[in-house]
Design a protein around this ligand. Structure first.
Ligand code: SF4
Length: 77
């Protein structure tokens, strides 16, 4: 099942784990803070992340030391 994801950048510590685990989903801004870039999402959480990337997404979530990667079944507003 597709899911939607955003990074709570206020809690991100720019550790670099998520982009290593899921480079198609996460990149870093000029301060090294992570954001969801999948298909131009721009960290809005409105782009469905497909089934074939769910494993990578979960690895990123599991690797995040501050639990600031949010995921849910419906788009974020
Ligand atoms: S794993 Fe978490 S804390 Fe580390 S860069 Fe990604 S979102 Fe930020």
């Amino acid at each position: 099942m597709a899911t939607y994801s955003v990074v709570d950048k206020g809690e991100c510590i720019a550790c670099g784990s998520c982009g290593s685990a899921a480079p198609e989903i996460f990149e870093y801004d000029g301060e090294g803070l992570a954001e969801v870039i999948f298909e131009g999402d721009n960290n809005k959480g409105v782009t469905a992340i497909p089934e074939n990337l769910q494993e990578e997404l979960q690895e990123a979530i599991d690797s995040c030391p501050t639990e600031c990667i949010k995921v849910q079944d419906a788009p974020f507003n």
